[in-house]
Design a protein around this ligand. Structure first.
Ligand SMILES: *[C@@H]1O[C@H](CO)[C@@H](O)[C@H](O)[C@H]1NC(C)=O
Ligand SMILES: *[C@@H]1O[C@H](CO)[C@@H](O)[C@H](O)[C@H]1NC(C)=O
Ligand SMILES: *[C@@H]1O[C@H](CO)[C@@H](O)[C@H](O)[C@H]1NC(C)=O
Ligand SMILES: *[C@@H]1O[C@H](CO)[C@@H](O)[C@H](O)[C@H]1NC(C)=O
Ligand SMILES: *[C@@H]1O[C@H](CO)[C@@H](O)[C@H](O)[C@H]1NC(C)=O
Length: 434
């Protein structure tokens, strides 16, 4: 039954893709997005002048459920163990847990305003009291002291988009229970930053590289674009490759930005595009471009003889309901979802399929060349947390003046503290038990 549904879905998908419906649908949505974007981003940012454009790209495709799966089907589909009999850390459930988060808006000063749900007045607190429990094993909570001990003199880099930035803040806040990190570097735009935990000589960097490949992005500070992105599928972004050798641990991630209108280059020649109706260039699709780029990233890693640990983090879904972010979509849930309540939307399905396939190929090659390459698969656990997003509490007390105020919701990034903190439990497990 499951196989049949999946098969049907695949052939259905192939057929609509061939018939370019996808492109048309996407085109219409992009026009809407461009309009709404001006409304959303026509204000300044309190925390740093970073424009959070990762916000828009996830919502351009409607999230029509394509596969109907209840929890039974999901349990049939995956076993709690992988092929080598190791526990699948990403297959599990959120279970109630009364222990307090490591930090709050009062104890941690590294939380970006837009994700500081406590400070911004989110009234419910229930979303804080859940723990991720893999079905095949127990997952310990991050032990910040042990983590810092293990990471003495090590340099970490998180490389990606605004979700990676969200994740860095979670790591900073959880570790700052032991020692307050010092902010030692930022570039002009605050997109690239570095912190040091002085008594451990542990360095943590965020490296902004939303495509991981070289890209010319024509967006102003409000994220309004004046032209298609020019993306070089065969050239890696020097903004991270220049740091690669000096970092001991890296967590790469990408995905969402690939849905933006772009012209793709290979060998410095135009190869195709994604959503460029005004130009006479062939649409080649997001999946084509994403696959090319992350394959290049993996090939670079495999050939690098790197001695530390290199992690690819899977992309995460959003949870807009009753609309998209630009059309009044919200995320009002207060508890985790059940398996099957949410499906990945079309875009997220494409991204996930590419990530899992390319990782699997790369990981076989990496074990031959001796590179420690790992997958941090946060997608399945994130899908179950529609309650963990800022929603309207992206802004400070959004309903203070008018309790019916129309506020644009963020159902993509994560509240801090919040479910994203569990990603670090998975990381710790990977560090300690491989
Ligand atoms: C782990 O489980 C998730 C479902 O929660 C599944 O998507 C993934 O493919 C599984 N990973 C492996 C290596 O089996
Ligand atoms: C933290 O949030 C609470 C409300 O949950 C608020 O009263 C307090 O002022 C906030 N603290 C800071 C430092 O923003
Ligand atoms: C701190 O760590 C770096 C490597 O990340 C190392 O080169 C440096 O010598 C260390 N400093 C001290 C004081 O141990
Ligand atoms: C790399 O960094 C430079 C300087 O900060 C920036 O102009 C460029 O757009 C970045 N590349 C990408 C792909 O973001
Ligand atoms: C579009 O490109 C094709 C092939 O490169 C060419 O034959 C055609 O004339 C072009 N059309 C326009 C409107 O430029």
């Amino acid at each position: 039954m499951v196989k049949k549904i999946l098969y049907n879905w695949k052939s259905w998908w192939r057929s609509i893709h061939n018939h370019n419906y996808f492109v048309i649908k996407l085109g219409v949505s992009i026009l809407l997005v461009a309009l709404a974007f001006r409304l959303l981003y026509n204000r300044s940012f309190e925390f740093s002048p970073v424009s959070d454009t990762a916000f828009l790209e996830n919502s351009q495709i409607s999230a029509a459920p394509l596969v109907s799966a209840d929890s039974q089907e999901i349990s049939d589909q995956f076993s709690p163990q992988d092929s080598e009999g190791k526990c699948n850390l990403s297959y599990g459930d959120w279970i109630p847990d009364q222990s307090e988060p490591f930090y709050t808006n009062n104890s941690c000063s590294f939380i970006e305003e837009h994700q500081n749900c406590m400070k911004n007045g989110r009234p419910d607190k229930g979303y804080l009291y859940w723990r991720w429990k893999p079905r095949g094993c127990d997952l310990a909570r991050l032990d910040p002291e042990r983590f810092l001990d293990l990471m003495r003199n090590k340099r970490w880099g998180l490389i990606g988009d605004s979700i990676s930035r969200n994740h860095v803040q979670s790591i900073l806040c959880q570790l700052s229970v032991v020692e307050k990190p010092i902010h030692v570097y930022h570039d002009e735009s605050y997109r690239n930053r570095r912190w040091v935990f002085p008594s451990y000589n542990f360095t943590l960097s965020i490296i902004w590289s939303p495509f991981l490949a070289e890209a010319a992005i024509f967006e102003d500070i409000d994220g309004v674009s004046s032209s298609e992105i020019e993306l070089h599928l065969d050239i890696l972004d020097k903004n991270w490759t220049k740091h690669y050798k000096s970092l001991d641990y890296m967590i790469f991630s990408s995905g969402k930005w690939f849905v933006k209108a772009a012209i793709y280059y290979e060998d410095n020649k135009i190869l195709g595009c994604h959503y460029c109706p005004k130009r006479n260039i062939t649409e080649v699709g997001v999946n084509f471009a994403y696959r090319k780029v992350i394959r290049n990233v993996f090939n670079y890693i495999i050939a690098s003889k790197h001695k530390g640990m290199v992690v690819y983090r899977t992309s995460t879904p959003d949870h807009f309901e009753n609309g998209q972010w630009f059309s009044g979509g919200t995320c009002r849930r207060k508890v985790p979802a059940k398996h099957g309540d949410f499906e990945l939307n079309d875009l997220n399905k494409i991204l996930r399929e590419v990530e899992l396939e390319e990782f699997q190929k790369a990981s076989a090659k990496a074990s031959e060349t001796g590179v420690n390459l790992k997958l941090l698969d946060v997608n399945p656990l994130s899908l179950l947390r529609p309650d963990g997003h800022p929603g309207p509490y992206r802004f400070f007390h959004p309903f203070a003046k008018d309790k019916n105020a129309k506020v644009i919701n963020d159902c993509l990034h994560w509240c801090l503290p919040g479910p994203i903190d569990s990603w670090n439990d998975l990381l710790m497990e990977m560090l300690v038990n491989g």
